[in-house]
Design a protein around this ligand. Structure first.
Ligand SMILES: [Mg+2]
Ligand SMILES: [Zn+2]
Length: 455
């Protein structure tokens, strides 16, 4: 394998970030504004939110040890404002007060930072309700606020683009499984034939998100409810989307003048950068202890998708972009330590791209965080949990991880956990992510200075 050096130019980055935090902001295409940290912090012109699904401090530490060494630093470690974020959710019930759920799924958590409100597992940017199959109230998302105010928006993920995290940015439905018109059993009232907003896929394109990049190509060959055309045809003919399918296609897109872009680069989720190393009873490792890169065909990397999205969206009025490294979580569920490390490295490279943009455009707010904690624990080599895997880190030292939350027999999927997670930021309003906050607080931070229609 080729081990990447993830150490960023620490001094330059810190100096740039500090300059943005305390100096006067000026850029070519925006008026000078006071920055975060000044008595009246300015609102950001643009917001880039980077989410590592399931990316908690445990997983960040494991990836750092592997990629940069224990004393090394990832790009996401260099953001100057850092705090802790609680991620709890709610349980269904009569309400209006709903019991607390200490461990949440990606639908509830993404709805939390997208709308500023807590909800129940499985729900996409709707409030809680009496039961899973009873829709809650739709709440406007950060992406929708930016779009309503005429600022372009982007939604990028390494998952199926209709998966829970990207879905919550720009769709509203009571069940995350309602991803296309053929999978609406859990949300009959959301069907367009029932007067609803339709499936998540339909809502993403009905919302005309300017840049939609991810996986899930297979789903877009499915038909609308009335059988008249495929989802992909609906996106291209009804909403003017340009459909692309490879990294080369993505490279060739220069602007949004010819319409929004729908990039679907894999049949389902995008391929992880490393081949799996799955923790097992009695331990698992690779022949030389390192993770092995795997062929990803014509798929772009998350870094490439992020760079292109920023290039396409950047404009004098600002933009909103959500970027998700989705398979940190998916690999952790599978107890695949190499998959999770590789996906976190990918997200970190996307963070580097966002930070470079932020240095050139200091009125951009960049936030890097996770959505909920997960199962990976770093343990001593000879005293791991029931299922362990060992990799050789950049320090040349074996690191063992355990997955004690794995359920049932083999394969035994590991589950989410309920601890608080890290949130970090740079740019205007970044001082508001310090201390201990809740993930719903991110909504107000990201919509600073914008009319959200709320009191
Ligand atoms: Mg996700
Ligand atoms: Zn998960």
């Amino acid at each position: 394998m080729k081990r990447r050096t993830l150490l960023v130019a620490g001094t330059a980055l810190v100096a740039g970030a500090a300059g943005a935090a305390i100096g006067t902001v000026a850029s070519d295409d925006a008026p000078a504004r006071p920055a975060a940290g000044s008595p009246v912090a300015a609102a950001p012109r643009s917001v880039i939110l980077l989410i590592g699904d399931g990316m908690d401090d445990s997983m960040i530490t494991a990836a750092r040890n592997y990629s940069a060494g224990a004393a090394g630093r990832l790009a996401l470690d260099e953001l100057p404002a850092t705090g802790a974020m609680t991620t709890y959710g709610l349980l269904t019930g009569p309400g209006p007060d709903h019991p607390i759920a200490y461990v949440s799924d990606s639908a509830a958590t993404a709805s939390g930072f997208s709308t500023g409100r807590k909800t129940v597992d499985g729900r996409i940017s709707q409030g809680p309700s009496s039961a899973q199959d009873v829709p809650g109230e739709d709440h406007e998302t950060v992406l929708e606020t930016f779009a309503r105010l005429g600022r372009p928006t982007g939604n990028v993920s390494t998952a199926d683009i209709t998966d829970a995290t990207p879905a919550a940015a720009a769709a509203h439905v009571n069940a995350r499984s309602c991803q296309d018109p053929t999978t609406m059993d859990a949300c009959p009232s959301a069907r367009k034939s029932a007067g609803g907003r339709g499936s998540i896929a339909e809502q993403l394109v009905d919302n005309e998100v300017d840049v939609l990049l991810g996986g899930g190509r297979e789903r877009w060959d499915r038909l609308l409810e009335d059988g008249s055309q495929t989802l992909l045809d609906y996106a291209t003919t009804e909403h003017g989307y340009r459909a692309i399918g490879t990294a080369d296609d993505l490279d060739a897109v220069d602007d949004l003048d010819d319409g929004p872009v729908l990039g679907l680069f894999a049949p389902n989720h995008l391929t992880r950068s490393y081949a799996p190393l799955v923790a097992a009873r009695g331990g698992a490792t690779t022949p030389d202890g390192t993770c092995t890169a795997q062929d990803r065909g014509t798929e772009p990397t998350l870094r490439q998708m992020t760079a292109k999205a920023i290039e396409l969206l950047d404009n004098p009025d600002g933009f909103f972009l959500q970027v998700e490294g989705a398979s940190v979580d998916k690999a952790e569920h599978e107890r695949d330590i190499c998959g999770a490390i590789g996906e976190l490295e990918e997200l970190d490279q996307a963070v580097e791209v966002a930070l470079a943009h932020q240095r050139a455009h200091p009125d951009t707010l960049v936030i890097v965080t996770g959505d909920h904690a997960h199962s990976t624990q770093i343990v001593t080599n000879d005293a791991g949990g029931s299922r362990t895997a060992t990799v050789l880190t950049a320090d040349g030292v074996p690191m063992t991880v355990a997955y004690s939350s794995a359920e049932g027999g083999d394969p035994g999927r590991s589950s989410h956990t309920g601890t608080q997670i890290r949130v970090a930021a740079v740019g205007p309003q970044s001082d508001r992510v310090t201390g201990v906050i809740d993930q719903t607080d991110l909504f107000a931070v990201m919509t600073s200075g914008l009319d959200t229609g709320e009191e």
